[in-house]
Design a binder for this molecule. Structure first.
Ligand code: ARG
Length: 585
């Protein structure tokens, strides 16, 4: 890793050992980005944390550390604050030099990671024959952003769509369609997904009500599982139908995914059960084969089972995830396995991980992570549904965002007395609409529930996509107005930062590296959003306070460089969120 924060951590770790000996070789150096600019850029809290152990005053420890610290030229003399905090402030001369240097670097100073990992990101993962819903939308947007950030860092990322394409639903569906619409089982594209979903609902109803139907459906599943030719063909057609519909959403949102659905692991399932049996982990419980879990109990305090083979001989969701986990480690060579689903599946993953751990399928150097997210709610905090109480179709949801963005744009154009072509308007509305939906989702801490509001997400004010896009557009406006190609500013342009607004903006821009490195670890894209929001705010303050085109040299070029670096930071940051910028809006 090579962010400024990481270099500082290394410098403090070295100083710590030099000052207090090898016992501290593995002590966290406790260096953070300063919580408030009055404390400088970075802070170290070792003084207080080691006071007890070293039996010294925090201030004295801080001083000893500083005496052993080699910070080079970048920082002012460190200050010791209350409780032994060490405050570090970057020198203006360093800021100037960095801003000048970064503007011509497409990676903005972020070198690729030295030891790339193979990271498997399992996200989106809707279910065949069922509508993709807002939960899958969250998974898609969050998973994609995480994948983009890891890819940017230089990791090998495998983006997997673990679609629910197997199981009892197909028995019902095939049985029902045989009666109601046999055409759908032999001809491609005989159904729209909308219909497929409706058929699925009807099939489910019959299944619950009609014993004969139920039994026929069960037999249909068995037939399918034994790869009976006709059933298998029908199943493939149904999957293809859903797949096409899902693809529409992925295309709109610019999502790359490799489909590897549940069915992919079918042949591996018997071995999962057999291996668990041989390891002595399997127990029979009411006819089902299961592993009793540590730390998961029922109301009576008895351990809960994780069922891997049902009493009817069928396998389930967990069995498939166990097989998938093994496959991702052994065949894909995954070092880090990430699963992006709603928080409701937290137990499922904890249980699967536990069983894998106990079975010895999880090597120590492989990390498995469930990345949970909260529910999508309407503005009253209820489950997000249509007025009729149905789940909202994603296509409709995205369409509506674009439609509203178009409406807002029309109003704005009238107010600004501008005329634009329909093509321009459509493009702008599409970018704003879709990026607003993405950004609204990503800018929330994903672990909390999130209230979906078109008005909020499309607003030009606040922490929204339009606000950020607009800051970027402002920079492009300067370039157009001055007839200046920002890409070809003199390479050796001197950057001179004198005004507070300039210095503050520069300090912020140099933290991009730290932000990305942090999100790579904690997988919280909302941190990147907050950062980009602050960059936009600092830019707007700078732009309001410091004339650019009208300034004298060297300030004019210097400010152009700063504006350009702002635009590049926003563009890169937004791209990592899956959002593209507009030159005009
Ligand atoms: N299909 C599942 C659902 O819609 C999500 C699958 C998540 N991935 C996994 N490996 N279990 O809830």
């Amino acid at each position: 890793m090579n962010s400024t924060l990481d270099s500082l951590r290394t410098q403090f770790s070295t100083a710590l050992v030099a000052a207090f000996g090898d016992d501290f070789a593995h002590t966290d150096p406790l260096v953070f980005i300063a919580s408030d600019p009055q404390f400088g850029d970075y802070q170290c809290n070792l003084g207080l944390s080691l006071a007890k152990k070293l039996k010294q005053k925090p201030q004295d420890i801080a001083q000893t550390l500083i005496n052993h610290l080699d910070l080079g030229e970048a920082y002012e003399t460190p200050e010791i604050a209350k409780q032994g905090f060490i405050n570090l402030r970057l020198k203006p001369s360093y800021l100037e030099q960095q801003v000048a240097q970064l503007q011509s670097d497409p990676r903005l100073g972020m070198a690729s990671i030295a030891e790339p990992q193979t990271v498997i990101v399992d996200f989106s993962s809707p279910n065949i024959a069922k509508e993709m819903h807002v939960g899958h939308l969250r998974s898609t947007i969050i998973g994609d952003s995480i994948a983009r950030i890891l890819e940017f860092r230089g990791h090998k990322v495998v983006r997997l769509n673990h679609v629910g394409d197997w199981g009892t639903q197909f028995g019902m569906l095939i049985t029902y369609l045989q009666e109601a619409y046999p055409e759908a089982l032999i001809t491609a594209n005989a159904l729209e997904l909308g219909d497929l979903v409706a058929f699925y609902k009807q099939a489910k109803k019959r299944f619950d009500e009609d014993e004969v139907f139920k039994e026929t459906s069960r037999q249909a599943v068995v037939k399918l599982q034994s790869k009976d030719e006709q059933s298998y063909k029908a199943w493939k057609l149904l999957c293809e139908q859903s797949r096409q519909e899902f693809q529409v959403i992925y295309d709109w949102l610019d999502i790359q995914l490799t489909e590897r659905g549940e069915s992919f692991y079918n042949d591996l399932l018997p071995d999962v059960v057999k291996d668990l049996e041989e390891l002595g982990l399997l127990e029979e419980n009411e006819g089902a084969s299961c592993v009793f879990l540590d730390g998961f109990t029922n109301q009576d305090g008895d351990p809960l089972p994780l069922i891997v083979k049902k009493s009817d001989g069928g396998y389930n969701y967990a069995t498939t995830d166990l097989a998938a986990l093994q496959y991702r480690i052994k065949q894909d060579g995954g070092d880090r396995l990430i699963y992006v689903t709603d928080v409701g599946q937290a137990n499922h993953f904890a249980q699967v991980f536990q069983v894998a751990q106990r079975a010895g399928w999880l090597p120590d150097d492989v990390e498995v992570i469930h990345v949970p997210f909260g529910l999508v709610q309407n503005k009253d905090g209820k489950k997000y549904k249509t007025r009729e109480g149905e789940t909202v179709r994603l296509r409709d949801l995205l369409d509506e965002a674009i439609r509203r963005a178009h409406q807002d744009l029309d109003k704005r154009l009238i107010a600004e007395e501008r005329t634009e072509t329909e093509e321009f308007k459509q493009n702008v509305a599409q970018v704003i609409g879709l990026s607003s939906v993405k950004y609204a989702d990503l800018s929330q801490n994903r672990t909390s529930n999130y209230r979906f509001s078109y008005d909020k997400m499309l607003s030009l004010k606040g922490n929204t996509a339009p606000y950020l896009l607009y800051a970027y557009v402002r920079v492009q406006g300067i370039s157009r107005q001055g007839g200046i190609d920002l890409e070809h500013l003199p390479q050796e342009a001197t950057v001179k930062l004198t005004e507070t607004a300039e210095l503050t903006l520069a300090r912020f821009l140099l933290k991009m590296n730290d932000m990305i490195a942090q999100v790579e670890q904690d997988l919280l894209p909302n941190r990147l959003c907050s950062y980009l929001f602050e960059v936009s705010q600092k830019f707007n303050q700078f732009y309001d306070q410091c004339p650019v085109l009208k300034a004298e040299e060297p300030h004019k070029t210097s400010r152009l460089v700063l504006a350009n670096l702002t635009a590049k930071t926003l563009k890169l940051g937004l791209s990592l969120l899956g959002i593209s910028v507009l030159e005009r809006m």
